[in-house]
Write a protein that binds this ligand. Structure first.
Ligand SMILES: Cc1cc2nc3c(=O)[nH]c(=O)nc-3n(C[C@H](O)[C@H](O)[C@H](O)COP(=O)(O)O)c2cc1C
Length: 348
């Protein structure tokens, strides 16, 4: 396949998927200002590559929260994977397992944790907390029992940002059985099951002691908040604006990543997502100090064509990242902080 085939996967999925599903994956909140500018924000990062260095061997391997992985490129949590393909999360997990990538499983998943874990993938649970925290405990217990290695607390969604649909929505047109199968039956009707509006740093401690797992805080865009997460015991901070699906006009992840990395100061891992589409984008993220980069829509577009296409995506991204790393004069993308060009590029 041509190295640029990834640029065409959204268009291919548009033909393969029912219109409401395609629209659901693609859409941003509000006027989609943030969703639209995510990709362009990575294009603005400039490298100053090293030369006269031995780049015979390039190694993408990394360790995140104690798990050894073949690549620093992970799969972000996304809802409705079974609307993209009948095998949904299980197909996504098989491809991630083959690629040696970490997969973050949405708490809304339409496949059971046991089936996902059965693929052998390294996986983390993404969780929202309910107003009554104790109602979340059975979900957390199921994830721990099935072998989740971390829990990712999404903190940018006290309410779901309004999206504008010019037709029927995915919620109205797809099988409700493709969603939230890891919750107890009737969960959503329980008093206190709505998303918590009063999340605080104490919830990081609560999640950590309830699960015994490292806690990742997803949706952080400010250095001061990043610091509060670390002080509350977060093992990692995940810079994200939720793919532009929450507060529209929110700053791009690429714009704030470096300041968050500085605030964390090595006391926790730092991840990023939002608009990453190529190995060069991932190198840019790592040059800004990220330990790993996650992709939301790209693997979903590929999933519309099945597991093999998702695996091809992982392989292509790994090949692109290997090439970009070598061209930057490095033997690992983990060294990329050193190739960030000074701002403004090389002075006036
Ligand atoms: C269709 C879709 C569903 C999503 N569902 C969730 C979710 O259930 N939980 C969550 O924390 N983030 C969710 N996200 C946000 C992603 O985890 C991620 O932050 C975002 O997609 C990254 O941007 P990208 O799509 O440009 O790669 C979703 C994103 C999309 C596109």
């Amino acid at each position: 396949m041509d190295a640029n085939w990834l640029d065409g996967v959204e268009e291919a999925a548009r033909h393969a998927l029912p219109a409401p599903v395609h629209r659901y994956i693609r859409q941003g909140a509000g006027a989609s200002v943030t969703a639209a500018e995510a990709g362009r924000s990575w294009d603005r990062i400039r490298f100053a590559p090293h030369v006269l260095r031995d780049v015979t061997d390039v190694d993408l391997r990394t360790t995140l929260l104690g798990s050894d992985l073949s690549t620093p490129i992970g799969v972000a949590p996304t809802t409705f994977q079974r609307a993209a393909h009948p095998d949904g999360e299980v197909a996504m997990a098989r491809a991630a397992a083959d690629a040696g990538s970490v997969m973050v499983v949405s708490s809304n998943a339409g496949s059971t944790f046991v089936d996902i874990a059965g693929t052998g993938v390294t996986w983390w649970l993404q969780a929202y907390l309910s107003a009554d925290r104790t109602l979340t405990e059975p979900l957390l217990r199921r994830a721990v029992d099935a072998g989740a290695r971390a829990v990712v607390l999404t903190v940018d969604t006290p309410v779901v940002g309004t999206k504008h649909d010019d037709g029927p929505t995915v919620w109205e047109t797809t099988d409700p059985g493709w969603l939230r199968v890891n919750f107890d039956a009737g969960y959503d009707d329980l008093p206190g099951a709505q998303k918590a509006l009063d999340l605080g740093p104490h919830d990081i401690e609560w999640l950590s002691s309830t699960t015994g797992l490292p806690v990742v805080v997803k949706g952080v865009l400010r250095p001061d908040d990043a610091r509060r997460c670390v002080q509350a015991g977060a093992a990692a901070v995940w810079v994200s604006n939720h793919g532009g699906r929450q507060l529209d006009r929110t700053v791009a992840s690429a714009e704030v990543l470096e300041s968050v990395v500085a605030a964390v100061g090595g006391d926790a891992e730092v991840y990023v997502d939002g608009g990453l589409r190529s190995g060069s984008d991932v190198l840019a993220a790592m040059a800004l100090g990220a330990d790993a980069a996650f992709l939301g829509r790209l693997p979903l577009w590929c999933l519309a064509a099945g597991e093999e296409r998702v695996l091809a995506m992982h392989r292509t991204l790994a090949a692109q990242l290997t090439e970009a790393t070598r061209l930057a004069g490095l033997s690992s993308p983990s060294q990329a902080v050193g190739v960030l060009a000074p701002k403004p590029p090389f002075g006036p």
